[in-house]
Design a protein around this ligand. Structure first.
Ligand code: ADP
Ligand code: MG
Ligand code: MG
Length: 252
């Protein structure tokens, strides 16, 4: 079992304090959701964990099995077993989707032991079938001209191919129609198991009808202010964030 631990994380952007002491512990075998109003710091948390240089960590640690990820360059964080689906995935012209994925897999393996082409293509084909993706998606340049739904589907394909220990999925549900949402959820649920843990960041409860989280964290104003089970997400759907804010006596 592996553990991803965020300890008292403080993050600043352009001198503005965004995260004000975030704590959470995620273990492989678990799926946690982070919900919270817009602008509350959810994406900041994922960016800081992944090492986006615009996000300055002023205090705290992020430990993967005891190793402080914040001391590692971004590529080594990925190699340590982390996967981040960005809210706005980048386009990489000139690199096909399949090449990109194979590169990402091999970057996580030792240099003298790359995945065989045959194995790679078989796995790619199986996973693309599973996600109802058309074959030509493999040969298109990464994210170039992909629709919003195709990008999200493709991120889940990357996830299933790369098989990280931990995935942080930031708003994988945004802009998806119900069919795409179901496919994306099906992919994440297939990953579920003792070797995989995920932090699912979402604004809406809807996604959590398909991916049932073990733990729900609510973030407001740069802090986790409440934790619970799936029922907490349902309650937020019914009452909005205002109810919780009042109950906690938060003035934010
Ligand atoms: P959420 O994902 O919860 O909607 P974010 O983490 O994206 O929230 O943003 C938290 C706060 O940080 C917001 O006030 C936002 O305006 C600010 N912020 C986010 N990214 C940047 C940036 N690159 N530069 C300046 N401010 C930013
Ligand atoms: Mg946002
Ligand atoms: Mg966000």
């Amino acid at each position: 079992m592996s553990t991803l631990e965020v300890k008292n994380l403080h993050v600043t952007i352009d001198g503005k304090k965004i995260l004000k002491g975030v704590n959470l512990t995620l273990k492989t075998g678990e799926i946690h959701a982070i919900m919270g109003p817009n602008g509350t710091g959810k994406s900041t948390l994922s960016e800081a964990i992944m090492g986006n240089p615009a996000y300055e960590v002023t205090e705290g640690e992020v430990l993967l099995d005891g190793q402080n990820l914040l001391e590692l360059p971004v590529d080594e964080r990925a190699r340590a077993g982390l996967f981040l689906a960005m809210q706005y995935p980048a386009e990489i012209p000139g690199v096909t989707n399949a090449e990109f994925i194979r590169g990402a897999i091999n970057a996580r393996r030792s240099e003298d032991n790359p995945i065989s082409i045959r194995k790679f293509l078989k796995k790619l084909d199986e996973n693309m079938d599973f996600l109802d993706m058309s074959e030509e998606m493999a040969d298109r340049y990464l994210n170039e001209g992909f629709s919003g739904g195709e990008k999200k589907r493709n991120e889940i394909l990357q996830l299933m191919m790369i098989e990280p220990k931990f995935a942080i999925l930031d708003e994988i549900d945004s802009g998806l129609d119900i069919d795409a949402l179901k496919v994306v959820s099906k992919g994440v649920n297939k990953m579920r198991g003792p070797e995989f843990g995920s932090l699912i960041i979402t604004h809406y409860q809807r996604l959590l009808n398909y991916i049932i989280p073990d733990v729900v964290h609510v973030m407001m104003d740069g802090r986790i202010v409440a934790q619970g089970g799936p029922e907490l997400a349902k309650r937020l759907e019914d009452e909005g964030y205002a109810g919780l804010r009042d109950e906690l006596g938060l003035d934010i």
